[in-house]
Design a protein around this ligand. Structure first.
Ligand SMILES: [Zn+2]
Length: 331
């Protein structure tokens, strides 16, 4: 039999006990207490399973591990995905479809134009939902913030954390922080509220109407600056967010001119694989960009995605994929 799932059981136990107490209090105060009785039984049963060795996190039908990601999403799960009934599967499918609709609503407008900048992006989940983060926020001061990131892991758990990053940055932008302070604050909030071992790599940048760009890279794939056929990477200056609360971040400054482009992507692009399991890789990406002299934001995104698809010759994508290009088009 497989080893029991690795959960911080004392934390989880106290969380579940706390949950049960709140449910009991709500049920006592509510006239419709029967609505809570089913959930109360589920929570009590999970607390009992935690006391039995090799019971919590194990499928009660096939006795295999349910999986850490699935347990993170539903700490009360008793069955693995393979052992769900057709009715349960269809309910899960409906749930995931609704989750994807909600995630789609968090994405920025396509072909975003603001104050001399044009942005195009491609966002594609490997499964029903994505753990990639992608956002554009324009401010009353005339600046455009662009964000791209990748939450560790995949699937629903990663997509929930993507939603958390989205909310954190949206609430911080506009508070007058510079880009590195913004990432520091976001890191603190994300690390404080996110269960280990999850973290996110990300790039946060601010584009001003005069072509100045301030950019901070927290452990993410290096953004590429395209200028007159030259391709220059902007290396990471900090650790991914969510690892340590007090991490310091630095930002780099760029002066972009009309026709220059900044390309951001997640490793779903650089680590796309062909039929021989070879990676798309940075060399192929760089030479593709060097040949596409002075591309527009929309053409570089669509041609790059086409090239990656041609490379993997129709294989399903292996990881969530996001590509974003920011072009200075001037006024
Ligand atoms: Zn099972």
């Amino acid at each position: 039999m497989s080893a029991a799932i690795q959960v911080p059981s004392s934390d989880l136990r106290s969380e579940l006990i706390n949950w049960r107490q709140r449910l009991e209090a709500t049920a006592n105060d509510s006239r419709d207490s029967f609505e809570f009785s089913g959930l109360l039984r589920e929570v009590t049963s999970a607390i009992e399973r935690l006391s039995e060795p090799e019971s919590y996190g194990i499928c009660q039908v096939c006795h295999d591990l349910i999986g850490q990601a699935a347990m993170n999403v539903d700490p009360l799960a008793k069955t693995c995905l393979n052992c769900l009934t057709p009715a349960q599967l269809s309910e899960l499918e409906d749930d995931l479809n609704r989750a994807w609709l909600i995630q789609g609503d968090l994405l920025p407008k396509q072909n975003f134009k603001f104050n001399g900048w044009e942005v195009s992006y491609h966002y594609e989940p490997a499964g029903p939902v994505s753990g990639d983060y992608c956002d554009l926020v324009s401010t009353d001061c005339g600046d455009l913030y662009f964000l791209i990131g990748d939450v560790s892991g995949k699937g629903v758990a990663a997509s929930l954390l993507m939603g958390r990053l989205h909310a954190i940055f949206r609430s911080l932008i506009g508070s007058g922080f510079d880009v590195s302070q913004l990432v520091e604050r976001a890191n603190h909030l994300f690390a404080d509220t996110t269960m280990r071992p999850y973290y996110a790599t990300l790039v946060c940048g601010k584009a001003s109407p005069d072509g100045r760009v301030e950019i901070c890279n927290a452990g993410h794939c290096a953004p590429l600056f395209l200028h007159n056929g030259d391709v220059s990477p902007i290396a990471a200056t900090g650790l991914p967010v969510g690892m340590f609360c007090q991490e310091r971040y630095e930002s780099a400054n760029l002066q972009m001119q009309k026709g220059d482009c900044l390309l951001l992507y997640t490793d779903g692009l650089s680590e796309a694989r062909d039929r021989t399991n070879e990676e798309y890789g940075h060399r192929r990406l760089n030479s593709f960009l060097a040949e596409a002299s002075q591309p527009s934001a929309s053409s570089v995104v669509s041609r790059l995605v086409e090239d990656a698809r041609a490379f993997s010759s129709g294989l399903p994508i292996f990881d969530d994929l996001t590509v974003m290009a920011i072009e200075m088009v001037g006024h």
